[in-house]
Write a new protein. Structure first.
Length: 270
């Protein structure tokens, strides 16, 4: 029969402490340590640190990170980028296109964000945030954001904020901001303002396309920027089937020739 050797008091205490610590580690591994987030997902930008300064992000600054692409908003203008991951520890960002809206607010943040979100960035993960760090130590701090629900196409007041021509997206002139808008009703009618004159028209929605019928409008003389926006919208609405796409609160209408508009959901139509 094998007999157990007697342990000294000190040895027993050491062994007991070791077992206790081992047990604690296993308990943490079994679920008490929060899982670290996958870099891919929807992120709200919280702040930037660069040049010894901290810049707090506007509510519009966000990034959607995919497997090899990213898109988002610098604070005013939208952007896209190509991504190349090195596991979950680093990513190389190659900026793509961006819109060209005239932004009167958040320009400092937007400019710095565009400078930082490029090149090789190291990824630091915590349970409640993701931080991207540049080679010089500047950071982009982000927090998880659930995907934004898409606004409905109909019964929404869409305010035109930019005109599209191919790859170029230009914000409407400041004098016209907020004045061009429209609503598509469930009964197949459209109404609103072209930036100067009010208008109405029949509209047919078929899958991912919509087609405006003849546009009827008031007859005020519209000069300057308001007249230019009005002519652009009148031409777009009369150009035949338009492809529509909604991402969150943003609507894009695009004609076959690449011309189009972007609009934001202002509020539910009464």
């Amino acid at each position: 029969m094998r007999t157990l050797r007697h342990l000294t008091t000190g040895t027993a205490l050491a062994l007991g402490l070791g077992l206790a610590l081992t047990g604690c580690g296993r308990s943490e591994e079994s679920g008490s340590i929060a899982a670290l987030p996958d870099p891919q997902g929807h992120w709200a930008v919280e702040s930037l640190t660069t040049g010894g300064r901290t810049l707090h992000a506007p509510a519009t600054a966000r990034v959607e990170i995919g497997q090899n692409k990213a898109g988002g908003n610098y604070g005013c203008n939208g952007f896209s980028a190509e991504l190349a991951f090195a596991g979950t520890s680093a990513v190389t960002v190659t900026p793509g296109g961006s819109t060209l809206k005239l932004c009167t607010e958040n320009m400092e943040f937007e400019t710095e964000f565009a400078k930082l979100f490029t090149g090789r960035l190291t990824i630091h993960r915590a349970p409640d945030r993701l931080t991207l760090k540049t080679a010089d130590g500047s950071t982009i701090a982000m927090t998880p954001e659930p995907p934004q629900a898409n606004a409905p196409l109909t019964a929404t007041l869409w305010t035109v904020d930019a005109l599209v021509s191919g790859e170029t997206v230009s914000s409407v002139p400041a004098e016209v901001a907020g004045k061009a808008h429209f609503t598509l009703a469930a009964d197949g009618t459209a109404s609103g303002s072209l930036g100067c004159n009010r208008f109405s028209a029949k509209v047919t929605v078929e899958g991912s396309t919509l087609t405006f019928g003849p546009v009827t409008s008031t007859r005020m003389a519209c000069e300057g920027p308001a007249g230019e926006v009005e002519r652009a919208l009148t031409g777009l609405f009369g150009s035949g089937p338009l492809t529509w796409k909604i991402q969150g609160q943003a609507l894009t209408l695009t004609a076959p020739d690449g011309k189009g508009l972007t609009a934001r959901a202002a509020s539910a139509a009464e």
